[in-house]
Ligand binder design. Sequence first.
Ligand SMILES: *[C@@H]1O[C@H](CO)[C@@H](O)[C@H](O)[C@H]1NC(C)=O
Ligand SMILES: *[C@@H]1O[C@H](CO)[C@@H](O)[C@H](O)[C@H]1NC(C)=O
Ligand SMILES: *[C@@H]1O[C@H](CO)[C@@H](O)[C@H](O)[C@H]1NC(C)=O
Ligand SMILES: *[C@@H]1O[C@H](CO)[C@@H](O)[C@H](O)[C@H]1NC(C)=O
Ligand SMILES: *[C@@H]1O[C@H](CO)[C@@H](O)[C@H](O)[C@H]1NC(C)=O
Length: 231
Amino acid sequence: MSTLIFLFLDRAMVIFYSAEVKPLRGREGQTVTLHTGLAKLQSDAKIFLLFGPVRPEIFIVESQAFRGEIITEYKGRFQGRLQLDRETGSLTVRNLTINDTGLYQLQIINEQVTYHNFIFTVYASVPTPNIRNTPHNPSVNSRLVSGSCSVVCSVANGKEVTLSWYRGEEKLNNTSSPHQADLSLPLEIKGKNSDTYSCVATNPVSNQTTILSIEEHCLQHKKQTPLPFRN
Ligand SMILES: *[C@@H]1O[C@H](CO)[C@@H](O)[C@H](O)[C@H]1NC(C)=O
Ligand SMILES: *[C@@H]1O[C@H](CO)[C@@H](O)[C@H](O)[C@H]1NC(C)=O
Ligand SMILES: *[C@@H]1O[C@H](CO)[C@@H](O)[C@H](O)[C@H]1NC(C)=O
Ligand SMILES: *[C@@H]1O[C@H](CO)[C@@H](O)[C@H](O)[C@H]1NC(C)=O
Ligand SMILES: *[C@@H]1O[C@H](CO)[C@@H](O)[C@H](O)[C@H]1NC(C)=O
């Protein structure tokens, strides 16, 4: 018996028949395997794999016995990047691109038909965040004390990117928004301190850290060098 499942993925409605959908994540360039969890398939099982960004509709693998010989065809833009393991039905996808994001349905046909569905999301590696000084407001300049700084960290936005400020291990603040081209998060440091501040960009598959340079961004006590003694 199969269950009717409704899923919402990027606002499009997806309908297909299955008891289970496995979510999977990957990073651009990586290799992943869609595991069926099956141990040993009948050697003459027919195996089909369908893919689609919204619903599984394009055949990308067709593997079946033809006059006693197994013929496996890989199709479309996945060609050269797919490897089907006919023992288990598991499928390996190499050199992922973000366009491999979508729904995959594996159909294994022996006496009966079994479906294995995967929602697979491929993310780009998150870029390195950038720290710069917030433009000075001259009226408050005079009140700034040694070690103070007013900076903003920013990064190009992407799928599920979060930008955070840390002081040591402690998270101070964070921001994320699906609808902006860039994410930015200000930080205000008041007074001198020896903590390490870092700005971290993360997505579900990667992260990048930029350490705040106190020398570069914060006001320093300039040691007064004594004037040269003159006769
Ligand atoms: C992997 O993908 C990159 C970029 O899409 C491409 O330049 C490279 O040739 C691919 N490598 C293989 C082994 O397909
Ligand atoms: C993904 O698809 C878009 C639109 O079809 C195309 O412009 C882009 O080059 C593709 N990117 C990769 C990494 O294949
Ligand atoms: C966190 O960042 C937001 C947005 O810049 C800011 O409004 C808020 O005051 C910050 N919170 C803390 C605890 O710094
Ligand atoms: C991080 O952001 C979430 C959601 O906006 C918020 O609930 C949480 O308090 C933030 N954490 C810190 C340490 O600012
Ligand atoms: C960043 O990624 C590394 C592995 O690459 C992981 O060990 C670490 O916990 C991640 N840090 C954060 C803040 O997500």
